[in-house]
Design a protein around this ligand. Structure first.
Ligand code: NAD
Length: 480
């Protein structure tokens, strides 16, 4: 049995870590492996470590765990390093958002056309981008043969930055394409009979191929839009795959935007809460409105709290089992997403659908599987530069990643009017980070429809750069 070492950075992200642990338990081909959980938050780390260890014992999987607060421990001798860390956490993102809103930038300066996702900061996220590069450099030095799996956002800017500045094997992952299932179910399509492909960049992918039983399935989608779309209502803030925004984007571009791409539209759908509600549905106005994002943050908070409580309970009750937890935590557990998730995690037949562990398995054992990956373009989408990371389907085996030929190619409208402007913003963020030239962020804001005058730009940047955690960013950006 091949045994490997997997380092997870930012392992305190409870649901994410437990999904990986559960997937590992359901992958006997990787038994014997060592998982190093790394986080700077002692309490979160301890909670995930206890949960992981107890879960593995309970299901009898042969996996070893260790925990550490030291980054190098997670990297040294590693075969795979998964990064899910968010430097500064949601607290930093909210601070920047509040400052931005004070100066008239609704939802923050990082919310830009084609990048509205509320934890996907690219311009004011210097510390996060710096951490990506630091990890990559450490891998280059300590474990040059290891794979780096980018799960932390921004995946597009992060994977592009890492692949441009280091020689390591890097790949970015996102679960956005799973939203296709909703389309298949709504249209009554058997999933394994759909011939589909998506292509684009992270949070900007489009359904270029959609065939069912030899015929274009877009005809079925058009019929659904005509007959049923007016009855559509979101079940939760993230339920937007068939929203009015998605359909409007489809009508203009000629192919369907998939997953988080629907959130990443133009200002037409995002101007204010009222506009967001019109396009993403009542009552939330989508995941990235002030209401939708509050809902998400509260959910994350509840998950973190109950993770800690369960870990404490397991320490105090060494004989307790995971299956007891629902009884013990009563209503609190029933309402909590983590416990609902726990049922899935405990189900021996179900994997999480995250791609990280299946990817590790394919690389280690050679088992050929299809993934949607973020990798440097290298002529996959000919109109895009080769050193830009694109998100495309690929077959993975022990030889590495083999991207599929994109067929048919994305429509010109997607390339010219969506991907190119989004890639330009990625380039602006990466260049600002690398050169420290703040004029690039200023230029971005001068072009921003929310900017009324130059003073507004100066003031908002000055206040963001004055935050104590941005001392280094300030020195780097104002060094001219
Ligand atoms: P979170 O803040 O709850 O968890 C992140 C963890 O990172 C925390 O435990 C924190 O202590 C830790 N951390 C912070 N600084 C660190 C450092 N220097 N070293 C090690 N660990 C550190 O955040 P979350 O909501 O779980 O999101 C984590 C990341 O994953 C974000 O970037 C988010 O945008 C991203 N994300 C990606 C996907 C995807 O499909 N790719 C989906 C959801 C979220």
């Amino acid at each position: 049995m091949p045994s490997v070492k997997i380092g997870i950075i930012g392992a305190g992200s409870a649901v994410f870590s437990l999904r990986l642990v559960s997937d590992l338990c359901k992958t006997p081909a990787l038994y014997g492996s060592l998982v190093t959980l790394m986080d700077i938050d002692e309490e979160r780390l301890e909670a995930v470590y206890i949960l992981a260890k107890r879960y593995v014992e309970e299901v009898g999987a042969e996996l070893k765990f260790e925990k550490t607060k030291n980054l190098e421990d997670a990297i040294i001798d590693a075969d795979f390093v998964i990064n899910t860390a968010m430097v500064g956490g949601h607290t930093y993102l909210e601070k920047v958002r509040q400052i931005s809103e004070k100066y008239g930038y609704y939802r923050g300066i990082d919310a830009q056309e084609f990048n509205m996702v509320s934890d996907y900061y690219t311009f004011s996220n210097y510390n996060q981008l710096k951490y990506f590069v630091e990890i990559a450099k450490k891998i280059e030095k300590l474990s040059p043969n290891a794979w780096y799996l980018q799960a932390a956002n921004p995946v597009f800017e992060g994977t592009t930055l890492v692949t441009r500045t280091s020689s390591i094997k890097a790949v970015g992952f996102c679960h956005g394409h799973l939203a296709l299932k909703e389309v298949f179910d709504t249209l009554g399509l058997e999933h394994n009979k759909v011939d589909w492909q998506v292509a684009g960049v992270n949070h900007g992918i489009w359904l270029n191929r959609f065939i069912y039983e030899g015929k274009s399935a877009y005809e079925k989608l058009n019929t659904w839009i005509e007959e049923n779309s007016h009855n559509w209502k979101p079940l939760h803030p993230f339920n937007d795959q068939l929203s009015s925004a998605a359909i409007d984007m489809y009508k203009f571009h000629g192919v369907l935007p998939v997953g988080d791409t629907v959130r990443n539209a133009s200002w037409r759908y995002h101007k204010n809460l009222e506009t967001k509600k019109k396009w993403y549905g009542e009552p939330w106005g989508g995941a990235d409105s002030e209401i939708g994002w509050k809902w998400y943050q509260e959910t994350l908070g509840k998950i973190t709290d109950i993770t800690k409580k369960i870990a404490k309970f397991l320490i105090e009750n060494p004989k307790a089992k995971f299956s007891d937890i629902k009884e013990i935590f009563g209503q609190e557990a029933k309402d909590n997403e983590l416990l609902q998730e726990m049922e899935k995690i405990l189900d021996p037949e179900q994997k999480s659908e995250e791609q990280h562990i299946p990817f590790v398995e394919s690389i280690v054992t050679g088992k050929k599987e299809r993934f949607v990956v973020n990798i440097p373009n290298r002529r996959i989408i000919p109109a895009v530069e080769n050193d830009v990371v694109v998100e495309v389907p690929a077959i993975v085996d022990s030889e590495g990643i083999h991207p599929e030929k994109i067929e048919p190619m994305l429509p010109e409208r997607v390339i010219k009017y969506y991907l190119k402007p989004r890639i330009m913003r990625m380039e602006m963020a990466v260049e600002t980070f690398l050169t420290g030239d703040i004029d690039i962020i200023k230029e971005l804001l001068y072009r921003d429809p929310r900017t009324q005058n130059d003073g507004q730009v100066e003031k908002v940047l000055e206040e963001i750069l004055s935050l104590p955690e941005n001392e280094e960013m300030r020195k780097h950006y104002l060094k001219k």
